[in-house]
Write a protein that binds this ligand. Structure first.
Ligand code: NAD
Ligand code: SER
Length: 319
């Protein structure tokens, strides 16, 4: 494997912590530099290099890329769907300018590869609800979705015009126990597990029957690594790949938890996030990711529930 030096931006977040640890296992701790605006996550401490970095400060970012001899960037810093609706200008500014700063520096410094995630939030109420295809009507209603869709086309543009090897996945809602989620509409599916253990009840901010595409974090990390490892010739999508894990509603995740915690009770009081959830597809068609780089999820709802509860019982304070 060629000598790589990777910069992870947004490494203290829900995905960043686990992706940084996974990358360090493969590339060696010293070759994966974690960075974030906020302090280093506890789980990263002592596991490799960390720098404090604001992706909006292009000059400082550029200096770090040169100083650290960076060859690949994984850009995870963003404002997610629910938080984005509270401050649309900030969400647009960070999600767009952060990406453009990274793409520009990557082009200038001729970096090997860039990874940037998109989201199922690109889809809107006019997209198909079931098995939403890779290419379809895409009319997002959140500032987060608009920024992700625009970002996908910037990635494609830098690839087509400058030959930059930038790759992307439209993640579904991600569920994990190591690091807390950062303000998304799918966050309920993380909170429900810790509340089930601590309180034996959970008040959900979405309606009982709201189906959304979801994925367990180990699958999301593996998908990211598999996409980034695939030969460039196999990558036919330079905007962002649909990938699928599982789909469930609050009622179904509660039933899965009740198999292990029978006294668990779910109640639902929908808030502003219901409208966002209603605008997204319920399931995703990932046939192109399967064909191009062999994507196949490993976790279904019950397998994820078993693993989440087992791990949260071991380390309840981590979430
Ligand atoms: P998160 O909010 O948990 O983490 C984002 C991190 O970026 C935080 O640690 C934050 O401090 C950092 N950050 C914010 N502004 C920054 C700045 N100016 N400079 C440097 N760092 C900054 O988000 P996440 O869930 O880990 O998401 C990572 C990426 O994956 C985002 O692009 C998100 O849109 C995408 N995504 C996430 C999900 C999900 O369910 N978690 C689903 C689809 C897509
Ligand atoms: N989980 C994310 C959110 O709800 C989807 O991108 O914002």
């Amino acid at each position: 494997m060629a000598k790589e030096k990777i910069l992870v931006i947004g490494a203290s977040g829900q995905i960043g912590v686990e992706l940084t640890l996974a990358l360090r296992k493969i590339y060696g701790a010293a070759n994966v530099v974690a960075s974030d605006l906020r302090e280093e996550n506890e789980l990263l401490k002592g596991s490799g290099p960390y720098v404090s970095l604001d992706v909006m400060n292009k000059e400082m970012l550029h200096v770090q890329v040169i100083r650290q001899n960076i060859t690949q960037i994984y850009l995870l810093a963003a404002i997610l769907s629910a938080t984005g609706e509270k401050n649309p200008n900030l969400a647009w500014h960070l999600n767009m300018q952060g990406l453009l700063n990274v793409l520009d520096i990557a082009r200038e410094e001729k970096l090997q590869k860039v990874y940037w995630p998109s989201s199922i939030a690109v889809f809107g109420p006019t997209s198909p609800k079931q098995l939403c295809p890779q290419q379809t009507i895409i009319e997002p209603i959140t500032v987060y979705g608009i920024s992700k869709y625009a970002g996908e086309f910037w990635c494609n543009y830098y690839h087509q015009r400058y030959g930059l090897d930038v790759r992307s996945i439209r993640y579904p809602g991600l569920i994990s126990y190591k690091s807390a989620p950062g303000g998304g509409t799918t966050d309920y599916a993380v909170e429900i597990y810790s509340e089930a253990l601590a309180e034996k009840k959970y008040k959900c901010f979405l309606r009982e029957n709201t189906y959304l595409p979801m994925m367990y974090m180990p699958d999301a990390i593996r998908a990211t690594m598999e996409l980034m490892d695939a030969p460039a010739d196999n990558i036919s999508v330079r905007t962002s790949y649909n990938i699928s894990g599982m789909s469930f509603s609050p009622t179904e995740i509660a039933a899965s938890i009740q198999k292990l915690i029978p006294e668990f009770k779910l109640s639902c009081v929908p808030d502003y996030r219901q409208k966002i959830a209603d605008s997204w597809p319920q399931s995703i068609d990932d046939a192109i990711a399967a064909k191009d780089w062999g994507w196949k999820p490993a976790y279904d709802l019950d397998r994820m529930t078993n693993d989440m509860l087992e791990n949260l019982m071991k380390a309840p304070k981590e979430i």
